[in-house]
Design a protein around this ligand. Structure first.
Ligand code: ADP
Length: 491
């Protein structure tokens, strides 16, 4: 129920209760007063007639006295005056209407008032005033119908009901109007504002012109929105700064990786450069037949292309692109990574093997970031593996339970890097993804590679699992969600 209606309802109930109690008490009071008034009137008339009747009875006889009573009776409109014998032995005409046993003493030195009901249900207030007329106890009976008071009571009740109805209706009207104007409408605006705040819309402060608690609440709400919006802005700035720092850190990590790859690349470029130099010398000697010149030129071209390819891959990897998730075949990222790392693995005498998947593994990821993760893992694996060892990488699809609180089983892609290296000691394994954890010499490792990889994978909604056995090798698995919903660039 709306607040305004509740207030109106409560107010009306209270008013009705007060009016009903007041009506009940005043009707009772008025009807008691009316009864007393009737009784007093009967006493007055009875007492005045008592002496007259007694006197007439003694001097002029019962007939004159009874005629006097009859004359008085005819003059009164509601009051009925009769002569009655109290000894209960007279004829019906002079017998009291009220039962004589209720009259008490037979002579009635004091007037007595009784209430009696006729057979047809009418009620009368009857007063007996004793009159001394000789041997027999006689009295004047003055009776009045109580319907006079009933009529008065009912008129009073109708008036009270009408008054109550008028008060109730006008109170409903007034309180509804005032309630809607002073409470309902401002509350509606406050509720609308609160709803907008709950959906994150902090704009448009509300202004209530009334100077009351509701306008105070509106001011407080506006102030709250103001401070929320300031904190939101601050958080946004801080988040932007944090993202920028992370991006910078990731880029530095890439450049460090490029630095480490460079030695392998330099080693890799040695052979094609030698071939190019040799072939160029042959051509410049002028001793070659035209066919052999063409063949040497073609060899020079293909070797130059190979070198350009190696350098391009390195440049591509070192470039910092904007974070952008697109649908990409993870198998392709595995191949690209292997190409970049082949020179390094060859330099270390480690065999780099790809486990080719039979189906495309399309995931919604940032290809540059995932390649950075894979490169870090493979490079660590190559560095941990002695010459003659093996590093195997690949991608597969797995039905697996996530280690997070939400332990539902889901379909994930699994990028796997396994080596036959020296393995990871337990004290390093426990803190592997913490920043600055490294076993490498100064200048060789920063201990940031795996923590950066962890952050990237987590941002993609995945996680990294490691198994390692000292002296036998390590196995890193990167799980990435299959992501059934469309990628941001597809939508
Ligand atoms: P960094 O390579 O700069 O040391 P990382 O965070 O990439 O930093 O790696 C942290 C440490 O984890 C490495 O120093 C190394 O001791 C250990 N590690 C990582 N991968 C392997 C692996 N495949 N085999 C053995 N140790 C590893």
């Amino acid at each position: 129920m709306k607040l305004t209606f509740k207030l109106v309802f409560a107010l009306i109930a209270l008013i009705v209760l007060i009016l009903v109690v007041d009506a009940y008490l005043s009707v009772r009071r008025e009807s008691a007063f009316l009864r007393e008034e009737l009784q007093r009137k009967a006493y007055r008339i009875g007492s005045a007639m008592k002496e007259l009747v007694a006197d007439a009875w003694r001097r002029q006889g019962p007939d004159v006295a009874l005629a006097l009573i009859q004359a008085a009776n005819e003059r009164e409109r509601l009051l009925m005056i009769r002569w009655v014998w109290l000894d209960d032995s007279g004829i019906e005409t002079f017998r009291p209407h009220a039962p004589t046993d209720q009259l008490g003493q037979s002579t009635l030195s004091e007037p007595v008032t009784l209430q009696y009901r006729t057979r047809d249900g009418r009620q009368f207030l009857v007063t007996y005033v004793g009159v001394n007329v000789g041997q027999r106890p006689g009295a004047l009976e003055l009776s009045e119908p109580l319907s006079v008071t009933d009529d008065f009571v009912w008129t009073s009740i109708y008036r009270k009901i009408a008054l109550t109805a008028i008060v109730v209706l006008s109170t409903i009207g007034a309180t509804l109007l005032l309630g809607i104007w002073l409470v309902g409408w401002p509350l509606k605006r406050l509720i609308d504002k609160a709803r907008r705040v709950s959906t994150g819309d902090l704009s448009e402060p509300i202004e209530l012109r009334s100077r009351d608690e509701l306008s105070e609440l509106a001011d407080t709400l506006n102030q709250m929105c103001q401070s929320l919006s300031e904190s939101e802005q601050k958080i946004r700035h801080e988040a932007d700064a944090r993202i920028a720092t992370i991006e910078q850190l990731r880029h530095s990590d890439r450049l460090r990786t490029v630095g480490q790859l460079a030695s392998g690349v330099a080693h890799e470029l040695g052979t094609p450069l030698n071939v190019v130099t040799g072939r160029a010398s042959l051509i410049s000697s002028g001793r070659l037949a035209p066919d052999a010149i063409v063949e040497s030129a073609q060899i020079i071209k293909s070797q130059a292309e190979r070198m350009a390819d190696i350098i391009r891959q390195l440049l591509d990897f070192s470039r910092s692109g904007k974070t952008r998730r697109v649908p990409v075949d993870l198998q392709m990222i595995v191949r690209e990574t292997s190409k970049i790392l082949n020179p390094l693995s060859r330099k270390h005498g480690v065999e780099l093997i790809i486990n080719e998947a039979t189906e495309p593994m399309s995931a919604c990821v940032d290809p540059g970031q995932i390649q950075q993760v894979l490169t870090n893992l493979v490079m660590n694996a190559i560095q941990a593996t002695p010459a003659g060892g093996r590093v195997t990488m690949g991608v597969s699809r797995e039905h697996i339970q996530s280690p997070s609180k939400d332990t539902t089983v889901r379909d994930d892609y699994c990028l796997s890097v396994e080596d036959t290296g020296h393995g990871i000691p337990d004290e390093i394994l426990n803190r592997l993804f913490e920043p600055f954890v490294t076993t490498k010499d100064v200048g060789q490792g920063t201990g940031l590679g795996l923590s950066i990889a962890y952050g990237i994978v987590q941002e993609h909604g995945g996680w990294i699992d490691v198994k390692s056995k000292l002296g036998h090798g390590s196995h890193f698995r990167v799980y990435l969600p299959e992501g059934k919903q469309p990628c941001q660039d597809e939508s």
